[in-house]
Design a protein around this ligand. Sequence first.
Ligand SMILES: NC(=O)c1ccc[n+]([C@@H]2O[C@H](COP(=O)([O-])OP(=O)(O)OC[C@H]3O[C@@H](n4cnc5c(N)ncnc54)[C@H](O)[C@@H]3O)[C@@H](O)[C@H]2O)c1
Length: 427
Amino acid sequence: MKVANVAIIGTGYVGLSCGACLAHLGHRVVCVDNALDKVALLQTGSIPILEPQLPEIVAEGLDAGRLTFTSDLNDSVANAEFVVLCLPTPQGIDGAADMTYVFDAVSNLKDSLAPGSIVITKSTVPIGTYGEIVQRLGRTDVEVASNPEFVREGSAVADFLHPDRIIIGARTDAVAQRVATLYKDIDAPVVATDPASAEALKYAANAFLALKLTYINSIAAICDAYGADIREVVKGLSFDPRIGGQFFNPGPGWGGSCFPKDTRALTHISEQGGYDFRLLKTAIEANDLHQQSIVDKIISSCDGDVRGKVIAVWGLTFKANTDDIRDSPAIVVIKKLLKLGARMQCFDPSVSKVPTEIEGSLLAETALEATTGASALILLTEWAEFALVKPRDVFERMSSPRVVDARNLLDRESWRANGFTYRGIGR
Ligand SMILES: NC(=O)c1ccc[n+]([C@@H]2O[C@H](COP(=O)([O-])OP(=O)(O)OC[C@H]3O[C@@H](n4cnc5c(N)ncnc54)[C@H](O)[C@@H]3O)[C@@H](O)[C@H]2O)c1
């Protein structure tokens, strides 16, 4: 394999996983970040995020001298054949992606780029960003390519090393092929396309997944109304290869660092292009309503009023096996309950201090401790360890044995047998 010098700009969930994995594949990688404390931590081998397998491959890269961390943008870029942008593209005004981080970095690094190098965009960016980066760089001796990232938090390392596909949007085949050399030892189809299609594809994928979840949450609501069991429905549906059973579990609504901002960005992109993406707008609205319906379930479980009552919460992160609470549905639900005067007692295995968004909540040290004196328990993140807690132990601590299982994780029969009023999603 041809070993390349790679500079990763932005060492967050995507940049750190990508940088460590590229070093694991044999490349010489420098990860750049402007958060000095983060860089200092990473230089000592400490990992600022929770991501399975990441500590091991970061340690491997540091030991081998193939992975380094720095805040020196210009020096790193000057020695790199590939400069990979892994910068944030948060939701901005009108739902559009805020491109400040990406464009500021492009301005800062453009004069330091080595002739013949390729700037690769891994951040999720609006369609047309490729052209804008080319223009802002103003360098005819440097190429630009779009290489959207599909890793999932909680399995980013495994996803990076075993992807379903590698998408490369470039001006010419030759540029695409050069980018593909980075992934030479990865066994996955490489789809070379034009930059705009690569950029569009990433949004299309995330919006589709959000629609899929909205759909199954809607079917779950119908199951709730008629006494059907969503789990049986999903099981039956999954035999149809046109539908498939993956990413089809109902829950407290979709959230996280990507779907909310990317669906809104896509409706904005559509509008700019003269198309009114009603389906997606409706899904966003339906997701908000679905999150409200979880709150309503808790209120009705608490005899119509949560004011002054202690509500126990299991799970704050947007999904299990991550410490990321950005746009987590759990946070949305807790904020609504706090507003109604509930006293929140939360536990999450990966969260060690009360997030500012839910200030006023208590953070317990264990799942069991969170249930002390509670009038209801709500499970919002599918951490496997919650399924191992004995309902009998919870029963003894709570003031009223009611549980709302927004992930359908718990053994309903066992909880009912232990005296609980159990309510799931669509069952
Ligand atoms: N998180 C995911 O699961 C995921 C998956 C696929 C794609 N993406 C996309 O990847 C991009 C990055 O997402 P993320 O979750 O890794 O973001 P993040 O917020 O975790 O990381 C971004 C990093 O960039 C750093 N940074 C900001 N400005 C900088 C600058 N000027 N110079 C150097 N570093 C700078 C920040 O300090 C931070 O460490 C986004 O566009 C996102 O939509 C994310």
